[in-house]
Write a protein that binds this ligand. Structure first.
Ligand code: SF4
Length: 410
């Protein structure tokens, strides 16, 4: 039986999957980067967990920044489609006002996108308890989200066809693209087993402009990703049977656009070799069961499945990660602890496992916690503090809104 969010109370057991996932049929840029960064993380995140839910992979931890980015993407997609369908060449086109009025204004479009994004939390057993919090928090950010959308859309020229009723191809209708503007367009190259989803592709008789919307900080990977889209466009014989080249590549950041040089035919041949080689290596790495773990302070700190990763919790690895981390005055920490006994109504005496010894401490929660003496727990993102008893100093781990506790299987 599959647990629904309300049936499945925390803390969960940190149980790794019973079987490891196969390599995906098609690779994408983000999957390649995930596998290259840490194959174990990719495998733990992608495996099936039927005892937790019937969704794909391990239930993800909600992240407000990622959700805000998804909201901006959703709004940009909605607006672009509506503007193109109305024959507007840009958001500055006088008829764009009519489009926005019909949609009840930009703030309303953002509000609907927030509701849509947050509705996924309701089905996520790991995140549903925070659904209201995230909805409220995102709605309080509407002015900033609005400004991001306006900046990113302002520079877009949509090359709309005057009589076009819809420029969005349906997924089951993959075929040669006519001139127009396409949002969230899937590019697919069977012989490479690669695919990608371009945020915006504008096609005229002489040009092909691919734009990727980026809500986070600029990174060198973004340019590489965009060039992969240009390669996939060139090689996608179904959408682009005449093999036209991308002529302009733009990364649309909140701070403004960054142009990326479009690859030539010679560049594309090199890219093809690189994608084939890196793809083959990534596919091979994940045939190991379990796949290799690559612990590093940068990767592990934000790893959403670190409670399932036995390598991460090894005391010598914890020490290595602590040494790599620049900030030794961290306020929020992960710790593996053993419950000694209940200390008070909402506190437990614990011993904290470390590289050299076991340190006595206290675990405090705001609500009820169903744990027993003798159990081992993995505590994530607990607030770290120390208090003085008069004779010694006790480490205190306090469970907050974003902390998690998992029971380690005996
Ligand atoms: S905790 Fe670190 S080593 Fe383990 S899966 Fe996550 S990123 Fe990889």
């Amino acid at each position: 039986m599959v647990n629904t969010p309300t049936q499945h109370s925390m803390p969960w057991t940190a149980t790794p999957p019973t079987s490891w996932p196969d390599a995906p049929t098609y690779l994408t840029f983000s999957t390649l980067k995930e596998i290259e960064a840490c194959p174990r993380r990719w495998a733990l995140s992608t495996a099936s967990y039927p005892s937790l839910w019937d969704g794909r992979g391990y239930p993800s931890k909600a992240n407000i920044k990622a959700m805000a980015g998804t909201v901006v993407h959703t709004v940009l997609e909605t607006l672009t489609k509506e503007l193109v369908d109305a024959g507007c060449e840009s958001v500055c086109d006088p008829s764009a006002i009519t489009v926005l009025q019909r949609l009840e204004g930009l703030s309303r479009v953002i509000e609907k996108a927030i509701d849509q994004v947050c509705s996924h939390l309701a089905a996520n057993p790991r995140a549903f308890r925070l659904s209201d919090y995230f909805t409220r928090s995102l709605k309080s950010q509407i002015p900033e989200l609005r400004s991001s959308v306006q900046t990113m859309l302002a520079k877009r020229t949509l090359f709309a066809k005057p009589n076009s009723s819809s420029t969005m191809p349906l997924r089951h209708e993959r075929g040669p693209l006519s001139h127009g503007v396409y949002c969230e367009l899937e590019l697919r190259v069977p012989h490479l087993q690669w695919k990608g989803r371009a945020d915006l592709l504008s096609l005229t008789p002489d040009t092909c402009e691919i734009t990727d919307f980026k809500t986070g900080a600029p990174s060198e990977d973004h340019a590489f990703q965009l060039r992969i889209y240009a390669v996939l466009w060139y090689l996608d014989k179904t959408l682009n049977p005449t093999s036209s080249l991308a002529t302009q590549l733009a990364l649309a950041y909140v701070q403004g656009d960054t142009m990326v040089q479009a690859p030539t035919k010679e560049d594309i041949a090199q890219f093809e070799d690189e994608l084939t080689a890196r793809g083959a290596t990534a596919r091979k790495i994940i045939t190991e069961h379990p796949p290799e773990a690559k612990p590093s302070a940068e990767q592990c700190r934000f790893c959403g499945v670190r409670h399932l990763c036995d390598v991460y919790w090894q005391p010598d690895i914890q020490q290595q990660l602590a040494n790599e981390h620049d900030d030794h005055s961290k306020t929020f920490v992960d710790a593996e602890v053993s419950v000694t006994k209940q200390h008070g109504p909402k506190s437990w005496d614990i011993s904290i496992v470390s590289d050299t010894d076991e340190v006595q401490g206290l675990l405090r929660t705001a609500g009820d916690l169903d744990v027993q003496p003798g159990q081992r727990l993995r505590v994530l993102d607990a607030a770290l503090s120390k208090y003085d008893t008069g004779t010694n100093s006790v480490i205190c781990l306090t469970i907050g809104t974003f902390s998690e506790i998992y029971i380690v299987s005996p």
